[in-house]
Design a protein around this ligand. Structure first.
Ligand SMILES: Cc1cc2nc3c(=O)[nH]c(=O)nc-3n(C[C@H](O)[C@H](O)[C@H](O)COP(=O)(O)OP(=O)(O)OC[C@H]3O[C@@H](n4cnc5c(N)ncnc54)[C@H](O)[C@@H]3O)c2cc1C
Length: 473
């Protein structure tokens, strides 16, 4: 059973009536028809990575459509495109592209086991975004099965629905079977590094400066900052990793970084040159030299970890004292870590209304919070989830709190969610919808009203089909 988060694999977690592992579009069509006539909810699963388990758990009677067998990746090298089915992992997509042509790539996420279905329909955020934007900025067609069982492509679904499924989440609109990707030209060799600084070695200054420079660096450079609590000589401290990538050689990277970000003190010996496809393994924390076939590895189930995620946007630098108090709070909480991902570059050139993903111009960086633990017990779950919640509250003054934001793919039920999920309350939907989609939420409601007016495709954070204040059942 493809469950990527042990939080949703307990004795009390509701189980589905059936799992339909579709091998053909007709299996999806038949399931929709049957579920509709029996008033059963559908959950759609591709890679199963949803942080809140929305692709495989519901609090009312449900069946799962699992697309794992629909996982082909078909390249067209002539026009530099690929049709990929939703059950394909991004690791398989990277691998297939690179095996055929190592000067082509596709911008998407870091974890190679993510499914194309959920990852792309939520945006697809990764380390090529400052150069090329998100996955959805490079998707040019898709095939979806709608509420009436029709298979539609871009032309037959129309531009509104095609817009909505590129960042508004697929599961509010239908079952997406496949995507057509416009591949991007990549330099054959990229430079990568992972430089660590500890809080007692002046890391605060480097992180502060990073906020000012990372979103403004040349768009070929992407430097993520990861904040982890580590134990050194029995003492807990925060260690910061500057994980970076440059689309070019080390010789060109060093002067660029020394000039704009000297505080990082990046050295030639910190950097490694490798083909882009190998860099995807480096980002996934695999040792250098790991064979490319590791991109095809399946995740191990039962999954060993419990997880609680979340996100925020930041549009003004966080002061040094605040950075230190945030770290102090992390040390007290133990297993929560943060990734800060810089915006700017191509992300700033794309209008926030071009896709449902609105967190573009004006943002400095996006924070991802991840609390991952292995301790087994319901009390441990409660303790860790409560800590994530209190940390999110604590960091409020430093993030875009005038209108708090959240990224769809870093799913967090705490930004509000409908329970039970067969009732979509508009006030609750507005609470999560405004954070996830800002000004795009209204257009998403219009699309939903047009393509699924009876709200068949629904879940805890789906798009409502009406603005009316009545509950939609
Ligand atoms: C270890 C890890 C690393 C991650 N790294 C990144 C990252 O680098 N960048 C990033 O952007 N995100 C990242 N994520 C978040 C990830 O993108 C989302 O969880 C995404 O939804 C996963 O897609 P999936 O198909 O694997 O998930 P699923 O759990 O299968 O689906 C997630 C959501 O999409 C819906 N859905 C799935 N398939 C379809 C379909 N075919 N049609 C319609 N709706 C569908 C589901 O119903 C559910 O609502 C990461 C998550 C994990 C666990």
């Amino acid at each position: 059973m493809k469950i990527h988060n042990k939080r949703f694999e307990t004795k009390t977690t509701p189980k589905s009536l059936a799992i339909i592992t579709a091998k053909d579009a007709s299996h999806v069509q038949a399931t929709i028809k049957c579920a509709k006539s029996n008033n059963i909810q559908i959950r759609i699963r591709s890679g199963g990575h949803d942080y809140e388990g929305f692709s495989y758990v519901s609090d009312i009677s449900f069946v799962i459509i699992d697309l794992l067998h629909l996982n082909s990746v078909d390249l067209n090298l002539q026009d530099e495109t690929a049709w990929v089915e939703s059950g394909a992992t991004i690791g398989k997509i990277y691998y297939t592209i690179a095996k055929k042509n190592n000067s082509l790539a596709f911008p998407s996420g870091v974890c190679s086991t993510l499914g194309a279905g959920g990852h792309f329909s939520g945006g697809g955020y990764g380390n090529l975004m400052r150069k090329f934007g998100l996955s959805v900025d490079n998707i040019i067609d898709a095939k979806i099965i709608d509420v009436n069982g029709n298979t539609l492509d871009r032309k037959s679904m129309g531009e509104d629905l095609f817009w909505a499924i590129r960042g508004g989440g697929g599961a509010s609109f239908g079952v997406i079977l496949s995507w057509k990707l416009k591949l991007v030209q990549i330099t054959p060799q990229v430079s990568v590094f992972n430089v660590k600084r500890n809080m007692d070695e002046g890391a605060t200054d480097v992180v502060y400066k990073w906020q000012l420079v990372a979103p403004k660096l040349h768009k070929d450079i992407f430097i993520r900052v990861q904040h982890n609590v580590v134990k050194i000589s029995g003492k807990k401290i925060v260690q910061v990793s500057f994980i970076g990538q440059f689309l070019g050689t080390i010789e060109r990277l060093i002067p660029l970084v020394s000039e704009s970000f000297p505080k990082l003190a990046l050295k030639k010996s910190d950097c490694f040159l490798m083909p882009w496809v190998n860099s995807t393994l480096f980002w996934y924390d695999k040792p250098i030299g790991t064979p490319l076939e590791a991109l095809l590895d399946e995740p191990k189930y039962p999954h060993p970890m419990y997880l609680k995620g979340g996100s925020d946007s930041v549009n003004k630098p966080i002061p040094k004292e605040a950075i230190e108090s945030i770290w102090k709070s992390m040390i007290e909480g133990e297993t929560l870590f943060m990734q800060w991902n810089p915006d700017g570059g191509r992300m700033e050139e794309i209008l926030p209304s071009e896709t449902p993903f609105p967190h573009r111009a004006g943002n400095l960086f996006l924070i991802q919070y991840l609390n991952i633990w292995i301790e087994e017990s319901s009390r441990a779950i409660e303790r860790h989830v409560n800590f994530s919640r209190s940390f999110h509250e604590f960091i409020t003054p430093y993030v875009s709190n005038s209108s708090r934001e959240a990224f769809f793919n870093y799913r967090d039920a705490d930004i509000d969610a409908n329970h039970p999920s067969n009732v979509t309350k508009i006030d609750i939907a507005k609470a999560y919808g405004s954070k996830l989609f800002k000004g795009n939420f209204e257009r998403l409601i219009n699309v939903k009203a047009k393509v699924d007016p009876k709200n068949f495709f629904r879940y805890e954070q789906s798009i409502p089909a009406t603005r009316s204040y009545e509950s939609q059942i």
